[in-house]
Design a protein around this ligand. Structure first.
Ligand code: COA
Length: 176
């Protein structure tokens, strides 16, 4: 659970102090546009974001990993989260897989941060956590996320349904 950096981003575990930032993130319909089947509910009260942070902290304790806060190094601003989560599933017929994910407040979109975070977490998963395989999935219509997963070199798998929403599977094996 040691924080680490990429060129422009700082990654660290979420804390209760991130509640306002998490509320800004998950109360925004634009953020949840493609998360209908897969990304949890939108929130309407900061208390819900505080509870989510506690839930994620429980995952840190139980699984040694979970989504982490992403901070813009230049300003110290909370941007959203990224990271690896152990997903019990089954999803696409898979159980107990490590899922790569990311979610940012819209004012940080379209500046390459999503790609930078995804790349950093794929490397962290393979090099630091020594995971043999990392998976991801996205709403079929989520072009930006699919572009990121393709650009970091994950293989596209089948289309499958999550709560009636068509999603695409991606995976990558640890480099030999
Ligand atoms: C998905 C998300 C993280 C992308 O972050 P980002 O920082 O804007 O992405 P990047 O700037 O790194 O762009 C990645 C690629 O997607 C493209 N892209 C970005 N926004 C796009 C959009 N709205 N439509 C189509 N393509 C888009 C970029 O052009 C880039 O491709 P390129 O390298 O070929 O030019 C961000 O939109 C987000 O937080 N969305 C809400 C949560 C979410 O959907 N998470 C993923 C769930 S699977």
């Amino acid at each position: 659970m040691q924080p680490f950096d990429s060129a422009r981003l700082h990654f660290r575990p979420l804390t209760a102090e991130d509640t306002a930032g998490m509320f800004e993130l998950d109360s925004d319909p634009a953020v949840h546009r493609y998360l209908g089947g897969i990304g949890g509910q939108m929130v309407s009260e900061p208390a819900q974001s505080a509870a989510l942070i506690e839930f994620i902290q429980q995952q840190y304790a139980e699984n040694g990993i979970g989504r982490w806060a992403v901070i813009l190094r230049e300003t110290g601003e909370f941007m959203g989260w990224a990271g690896l989560k152990l997903v019990a599933g089954p999803l696409n017929g898979e159980t107990n897989f490590y899922d790569l994910g990311y979610r940012f407040i819209p004012r940080f979109w379209s500046q390459g941060y999503g790609f930078e975070a995804a790349r950093a977490w794929l490397d962290y998963g393979f090099e630091t956590l020594r995971l043999p395989r990392i998976c991801a999935y996205a709403d079929w219509h989520n072009t930006a996320s699919r572009r990121i997963l393709a650009k970091i070199g994950m293989r596209q798998g089948p289309t499958f349904l999550v709560e009636g929403v068509p999603c695409i599977w991606y995976e990558a094996d640890a480099p030999a």
